[in-house]
Ligand binder design. Structure first.
Ligand SMILES: Cc1cc2nc3c(=O)[nH]c(=O)nc-3n(C[C@H](O)[C@H](O)[C@H](O)COP(=O)(O)O)c2cc1C
Length: 156
């Protein structure tokens, strides 16, 4: 067991469906099978540079709005970018996105900024587009568990 890892989960939701994904991600990351990983959950409007600098890995969740990440997630990345650049190289991250019908713009916009921060995508982005499919919350739970387990095992 690798003790003392922190997994940061930052998300934004306006009408609640990204929150439902986030709750499942958090549930997976907090699985009793995983020891030694503290899960730290923040709203994108409140998360800080210290949160990002202090974690060992992070998961971001955003809806797609106007072909881009949500304004709140952009606000988070705007606020932390210069504090964190060159200080979080290769830190593991994963992304989940909720979209009414597309999602590709949200994914590419987040990935572009995170490429600038030189962090490491360790899981393919999880996208739920179109009508909300409850059955896919299992994938959200798996995403959280996979990232937390990777931190626990020292893989990331
Ligand atoms: C202002 C606004 C813009 C949106 N733009 C897009 C878009 O460009 N592409 C898309 O697939 N869905 C778009 N949607 C739909 C949202 O992605 C969808 O409603 C999503 O479930 C919102 O997530 P939330 O419930 O967590 O707020 C938009 C919704 C809003 C309110």
């Amino acid at each position: 067991m690798t003790a003392g890892k922190t997994l940061l989960i930052v998300y934004h939701s306006q009408s609640g469906s990204t929150s439902r994904m986030a709750e499942a991600v958090i549930r997976g990351a907090s699985s009793p099978e995983i020891d030694g990983v503290e899960v730290c959950v923040r709203s994108a409007l409140e998360a800080t540079s210290e949160d990002l600098l202090g974690c060992d890995g992070f998961i971001l969740g955003t809806p797609e709005n106007f072909g881009y990440m949500s304004g709140a997630m952009k606000y988070f990345l705007d606020r932390v970018y210069y504090d964190c650049i060159d200080k979080i190289d290769a830190k593991a991250y994963a992304l989940f996105v909720r979209a009414g019908n597309d999602g590709t713009g949200a994914i590419s916009s987040v990935k572009r900024i995170l490429a600038g921060l030189k962090v490491r995508e360790v899981q393919t982005p999880l996208l739920i587009a179109g009508e909300f499919d409850e059955s896919r919350l299992v994938e959200c739970e798996e995403l959280g568990m996979t990232i937390a387990a990777g931190l626990e095992a020292g893989l990331f």
